[in-house]
Design a protein around this ligand. Structure first.
Ligand code: MRU
Length: 363
């Protein structure tokens, strides 16, 4: 049954993932900000459908929702007659999360013949993933806020962000929006600017909702107003999230991020990426190797990112890439949960070296 009260974490941030062992509810983000509806997720098929249909979105939230939907499924199995080998998660491309969870299952299966014990190990690992993501985001917020303060000439400053990277896109607190939250808590945030983020409007529907909920001084602008906002001197820094960071620092994120970065370069506004180290993909030498997902033409042909009525002429051809790649030379720094990765020289990052240095460091 769907519940209609917004879930709040202990720190009062909005919760899109409400989990208790054996039970998972996902906030239907397609209905925000006007309706708050949580959908009951009983198994990995429900989880898969929720991800496909954009009920839950944002790179970290998707991985955690997938892991937890399987955790709920195995917890609720009344009887399991299979062998531990049958318990592997059916996650073909769940990259990092899937690899880590698969390792947990294989290790557990190697030490026990009890399927239940393997399930238990999987459930615990998925739950740790949920807790870890919040802790990691809080660390990103704290490192990012200190770094921005150290590099600002003003006592209070304004930050622009793109898409949604808040508690709704993650297990809680958020990455880029976490930095904005931390700046606000430190009393140094003049104002946050959030873009609409067309065509799916993650900025106007989700980020604006979170900013209003948190009572953070904030202004919503059209994506096409970014250059004008910088020319008017309204923006002192940009912080965005990431879906994937290549070894040279090229970063894939929501479509429009590249345009924001170009505007920032032209107006000498520092442009930061905030992401956990799990977003770094050392197997890619540059962003050229990142495959860009294209989404339904309906997102442009219809209002509300495809959820409303038709607004464009039938018969027009549509190109709708959901992400773009911002080249490293437009990025001033990458804020992680272990510290900020800065440039090796004016144009390039040595992500491999920085990753090696940071990954073993305590938060
Ligand atoms: O299409 P979405 O809403 O899943 O895209 C989300 C983004 O691009 C986010 O900016 C990105 O995943 C980083 S989330 C912390």
């Amino acid at each position: 049954m769907a519940s209609t009260r917004i879930g709040l974490a202990a720190d009062n941030t909005l919760q899109s993932i409400c989990y208790k062992r054996g039970s998972l509810q996902l906030l239907d983000q397609r209905k925000l900000p006007l309706e708050t509806i949580y959908l009951e997720i009983q198994n990995s098929t429900d989880g898969w459908n929720a991800i496909r249909d954009m009920v839950v979105r944002g790179a970290p939230a998707i991985a955690i929702a997938a892991a937890l939907s399987l955790a709920v499924e195995v917890f609720n199995l009344e009887e399991f007659n299979g062998s531990p080998a049958d318990a592997s998660p059916n996650a073909v491309n769940l990259s990092d999360a899937a690899t880590r969870l698969k390792e947990v299952i294989l290790n557990a299966a190697a030490t026990t013949s009890e399927a239940r014990s393997v399930f238990q190990a999987f459930i615990e690992a998925a739950e740790i993933m949920l807790e870890d993501d919040v802790a990691s985001n809080k660390a990103i917020g704290s490192y990012g806020a200190s770094f921005l303060q150290q590099h600002s000439e003003k006592p209070k400053f304004s930050v622009l962000t793109h898409c949604n990277t808040g508690s709704l896109a993650t297990a809680g607190y958020g990455t880029a929006l976490g930095v904005i939250r931390a700046l606000h808590s430190a009393g140094v945030l003049e104002r946050a600017y959030c873009t609409e983020t067309r065509p799916f409007n993650q900025g106007s529907r989700l980020t604006a909702f979170e900013l209003v909920h948190e009572k953070i001084p904030a202004t919503l602008i059209a994506d096409s107003a970014v250059a004008a906002s910088m020319k008017a001197g309204r923006v002192d820094a940009v912080v965005v999230g990431a879906d994937r960071v290549a070894s040279n620092g090229d970063t894939a994120n929501k479509i429009g991020t590249y345009s924001v970065a170009l505007c920032a370069k032209f107006h000498t506004v520092p442009f930061y990426v905030a992401a956990p180290l799990t977003s770094v993909d050392l197997s890619l030498s540059s962003g050229q190797e990142i495959v860009i997902e294209e989404r339904s033409p309906k997102e442009l042909l219809n209002s509300h990112g495809g959820l409303g009525e038709q607004i464009a002429a039938s018969g027009i051809s549509v190109w709708n890439p959901a992400f773009d790649v911002t080249p490293a030379n437009l990025i001033s720094g990458i804020i992680t949960e272990k510290g900020v990765i800065t440039k090796a020289d004016a144009d390039t990052f040595d992500i491999k070296l920085s990753y090696k240095r940071l990954v073993t460091r305590p938060r």
